[in-house]
Design a protein around this ligand. Structure first.
Ligand code: TYD
Length: 135
C-alpha cells in the first residue's frame, strides 16, 4: 500500500524521435483514473484541504511548485519541477501547493469524480478525524 506521499519516477522511452513518458497508474498506484484536472496560472498558494476517500497522483508539467503533505503527524515537502517524477497523495492527507511559479501547471490524476462532500477544508477538523480514525 502506498503511503502519504510517495515519489515515483515516470518511465521514459527516448529514441531519435524524442521522449515518451508513460505511467501505468492502476498497476503502480492501485486505482483507476476517473478524472484529471490541471492547476495553472497560479496567483497564490492552493490546496489547504484533505480528502476522505480520494487517491491522486500529481505531476508538474511546467514551472515548479512546492507540495506540502501532512498526515496529521508528519509534514513532508516535495519540490515538483519536472515531468519525470510524480507524487502519490493518499486519502486523508492534508495538502498545500505553495510557491508555484507563474508558468507552473500541475496535472492531477484522481481516483474519483469531483465531490465536494469528500473534502475536509478545515485543518482542525482534519486533525480530529485523523485522531478518531487512528483510535
Ligand atoms: P479546489 O479543489 O478547492 O482547489 P484548491 O483547494 O486548490 O483551491 O477547487 C477549486 C474549485 O474548483 C472548487 O469550487 C471546486 C471546483 N472543482 C471542480 O468543479 N472540479 C474539480 O475536479 C476540482 C478539482 C475542483
Amino acid at each position: 500500500m502506498k503511503s502519504r506521499g510517495d515519489v515515483h519516477k515516470i518511465d521514459s522511452i527516448v529514441d531519435p524521435r524524442g521522449e515518451l513518458l508513460a505511467l501505468e497508474v492502476s498497476e503502480i498506484f492501485g486505482f483507476d483514473v476517473k478524472r484529471i484536472y490541471f492547476l495553472t496560472k497560479f496567483y497564490g498558494d492552493r490546496g489547504f484541504h484533505a480528502h476522505r476517500n480520494l487517491y491522486q497522483v500529481m505531476i508538474c508539467i511546467s514551472g515548479s511548485c512546492e507540495l506540502v503533505l501532512d498526515d496529521g503527524e508528519t509534514r513532508s515537502s516535495f519540490e515538483l519541477n519536472n515531468i519525470h517524477t510524480c507524487v502519490y497523495v493518499g486519502k486523508m492527507v492534508w495538502r498545500e501547493i505553495r510557491e508555484a511559479t507563474r508558468d507552473c501547471t500541475l496535472l492531477v490524476l484522481a481516483s474519483e469524480c469531483y465531490d465536494e462532500s469528500d473534502y475536509i477544508r478545515n485543518y482542525d477538523d482534519f486533525l480530529k478525524l485523523k485522531s478518531v480514525k487512528s483510535d
